[in-house]
Design a protein around this ligand. Structure first.
Ligand code: NAP
Ligand code: G4F
Length: 350
């Protein structure tokens, strides 16, 4: 029997890799997208077919976590077996500037989705399974290594909202016997990472500076340490959580941590440049309260799900730098032809 999945946040980094994974496993995949004034499906375009083609396995629907009516209608129409809630205002620095909006989408949006799940499960009689995208940002100030037993001490409106979403999911699992798995994922990156997250900001800049398209890279705290993994490895863990016999919560991490400085060293070494000549510290990229050190212990996921990361830190940085060098070469060709090129990752104060 073909399984049907509903992915909220399908246009994001993880959503696009998850859609690829599910399609490769024969799923019919439905995604929720937000209406925007410009198309926002770049990360999915290689997967998308004309919906009028009866063989297409990927369908997109307009909806939003801020509106339960749309989620309810989509769920009733699509009749999913598995729901992946990856939708979020996912930028930590932006959450300090838009705390109410972040809480509404991340915490309340998850609660809205849970109410839809509760009613849809009862009406359809299906044993529906839901994945919730939790975050290591929930651990915040708790010292490393962090695992499923570590106390949450979030340090941002985003982290607080993710912790609220986590507990809503635990409560719905206990109260209504629903299959809901919380993934507690540590940072994961890829060539599809948004360009205002530090990893991609660095690899985009390394490529552009190498080709003379950018002079400086403005950053905030270089001392923060993160457990950086590879996004395709992470989405495999999401799928495994929903195939597990019991609904549970799992930390997903590489078990290695590096500083932002280490990331700079590696990325600029790859393009043969000394980053200290180009990087400048800009206070607007600092956070009112910072998460200093994340280092995950994913032993539970290794034992119960058989999950392990396939790509290490060096492999991750190399993949991103190689990709972004090609992008920079394309931009250079455009620039040489008279087009203007803007390093958009440095546009806003996030
Ligand atoms: P991302 O690239 O920022 O993607 C977020 C997705 O959520 C996008 O598809 C976005 O749509 C959608 N979205 C935003 N607001 C929405 C709303 N109001 N209603 C419905 N959808 C909305 O994030 P990601 O890196 O793929 O991360 C996926 C999830 O995992 C997020 O929940 C994130 O918080 C969480 N997470 C990420 C990491 C990480 O390191 N990447 C680690 C732990 C947890 P648009 O494209 O229209 O903006
Ligand atoms: O790349 P970041 O913005 O990721 P952050 O804050 O760790 O959040 C990401 O990972 C979470 C999982 O732990 C996710 F839940 C969340 O959705 C998101 O995907 O920043 C990483 C570190 C921070 O300590 C930040 O202060 O890099 C530091 N940093 C230094 N300069 C910077 C910059 N971060 C950004 N975005 N931009 C800078 O210029």
């Amino acid at each position: 029997m073909t399984k049907t999945a509903l992915v909220i946040g399908i246009t994001g980094q993880d959503g696009s890799y998850l859609a690829e994974l599910l399609l490769s496993k024969g799923y019919e995949v439905h995604g929720v997208i937000r209406r925007a004034s410009l198309f926002n499906t770049d990360r999915l375009d290689h997967l998308y077919n004309d919906p009028h083609d009866p063989t297409t396995q990927l369908m997109l629907h307009y909806g939003d976590l801020s509106e339960s009516t749309s989620l309810r209608r989509i769920c009733d129409q699509v009749q999913p077996d598995e729901i992946y809630n990856l939708g979020a205002q996912s930028h930590v620095r932006v959450s300090f500037m838009q705390p109410e909006y972040t809480a509404d989408v991340v915490a309340m949006g998850t609660l809205r989705m849970l109410e839809v799940l509760r009613d849809y499960s009862a009406a359809s009689g299906k044993a529906v399974r839901m994945y919730q995208a939790g975050s290591s940002e929930m651990f915040g100030a708790s010292p490393p290594p962090q695992n499923e037993e570590t106390r949450f001490h979030p340090r941002s409106p985003y982290g607080v909202s993710k912790a609220a979403a986590f507990w809503h999911c635990v409560n719905y699992r206990e109260a209504y016997g629903l299959f809901i798995a919380n993934g507690i994922l540590f940072n994961h990156e890829s060539p599809r990472r948004g360009e205002t997250f530090v990893s991609r900001k660095i690899t985009r800049a390394a490529g552009r500076i190498k080709l003379g398209l950018q002079e400086h890279l403005y950053l905030g705290n270089l001392d923060a340490r993160r457990d950086w993994g590879y996004a395709p490895d992470s989405v495999e863990a999401m799928w495994l959580m929903l195939q597990h016999p019991e609904a549970d919560d799992f930390v997903i991490a590489t078990g290695e941590d590096h500083s932002v400085r280490d990331f700079l060293d590696k990325a600029f070494e790859m393009v043969g440049l000394d980053w200290t000549k180009y990087v400048e510290i800009d206070q607007r990229y600092m956070r009112p309260s910072e998460v200093d050190h994340l280092h995950g212990d994913a032993s539970k996921a290794r034992a119960a799900l058989g999950w392990a990361p396939k790509v290490d830190f060096d492999g991750l940085v190399s993949t991103m730098v190689e990709h972004d060098l090609v992008l920079a070469e394309q931009e250079k060709t455009l620039k040489d032809a008279g087009h203007s090129i803007t390093p958009r990752g440095q546009f806003a104060d996030g």
